[in-house]
Design a protein. Structure first.
Length: 307
């Protein structure tokens, strides 16, 4: 049985297989065909943090696949009153066929998976957001940006930056990460990515200059400067990220036909300008929609791996 906790656990071939499956399911849906690949199955969705896209895409996704999704907010579960993760895992996984969790500590989701009898999917932790990256790469494929692309990530070295590191180092493309000094991605994740890069041929570059990262890039991406749980650091972060907004001027350094991606929610006037965001809204909202399709691919793939 496989879980989907981080892209670290997947080969390039597996990532591309899941995306191929996702693209087929998307194509079927666009033709009005909904095949109940997961008929009668249930997906528990545990949320310790807010969500718009992850909740809606998983709930609609499992429904379209013929199953049912259960939205479980931490505060409504005994988990919120101190019931251990491992007990919650042993109960829910006896009743449900798959579990998606959005939480803070990656260790909590690893613990849940250890005790779960069914596949567990990471719907975002402080460390990784792997389902988002599947949608992002699916969007890159649709825009023809999957042939030796150069991806520039500008901003916070957070769960999104860590996840880009895993994706690039597994698939073997060039990733340039520009962060303010002191906001670099997790050093353990960087070390792992550098190891994977040796094998895949990925080129990974770190710098503190957004212009250096964006120059001639095929894809430019960013994320909020204040992730969920960091609200108290807001003022300091806004000061420290000065000069890291992706705006028209910075984006003009990328290739002429470059695309802009944002996992959303976007904070205009901070990590991205209103003008640039609206100019690239087509690819941004294609990316958001692809959360639905990519995750359907992940769920069907995980279910197949069980049988
Ligand atoms: N990008 C993303 O995961 O969005 P939500 O927080 O709305 O789920
Ligand atoms: N880095 C952001 C991503 C939101 C989808 C956060 O963790 O809040």
């Amino acid at each position: 049985m496989r879980h989907f906790l981080t892209l670290r656990d997947f080969t390039k071939e597996e990532i591309l297989d899941i995306l191929k499956l996702a693209a087929n399911i998307k194509k079927e849906l666009k033709k009005g065909i909904t095949i109940p690949y997961l008929e009668g199955k249930s997906l528990a969705m545990i949320f310790e943090k807010s969500s718009t896209r992850t909740r809606v895409s998983f709930e609609v996704g499992i429904y379209q696949l013929g199953g049912i999704g259960l939205f479980l907010s931490k505060n409504d579960l005994q988990l919120g009153r101190g019931e251990p993760m491992k007990d919650t895992a042993r109960v829910i996984s006896r009743m449900c066929d798959m579990v998606m969790i959005r939480t803070y500590d990656q260790a909590d989701i690893e613990e849940f998976a250890k005790f779960s009898h069914v596949p567990v999917i990471n719907g975002l932790t402080d460390r990784f957001h792997p389902v988002q990256l599947m949608a992002d790469y699916m969007t890159m494929m649709e825009y023809g940006k999957d042939k030796d692309p150069v991806v520039a990530y500008v901003g916070d070295g957070n769960n999104m930056a860590n996840s880009w590191l895993m994706l690039a180092s597994k698939l073997g493309f060039e990733l340039r990460i520009a962060t303010p000094s002191g906001y670099e991605p997790d050093s353990e994740v960087v070390a792992q990515a550098m190891e994977f890069a040796k094998e895949s041929g990925a080129e990974i570059v770190f710098c503190n200059d957004p212009a250096e990262a964006v120059k001639n890039a095929d894809v430019v991406t960013t994320d909020t400067w204040i992730s969920m749980g960091q609200e108290e650091e807001k003022e300091k972060r806004i000061a420290d990220f000065k000069g890291f907004m992706v705006d028209e001027e910075l984006f003009s350094l990328a290739k002429k036909d470059a695309i802009f991606l944002h996992c959303l929610p976007a904070y205009r006037g901070y990590e991205v300008s209103e003008e640039l965001f609206e100019k690239h809204s087509k690819e941004i909202f294609d990316e958001a929609e692809n959360r639905l399709h990519a995750q359907k691919g992940i769920m069907v793939w995980l279910d197949r791996e069980r049988s």
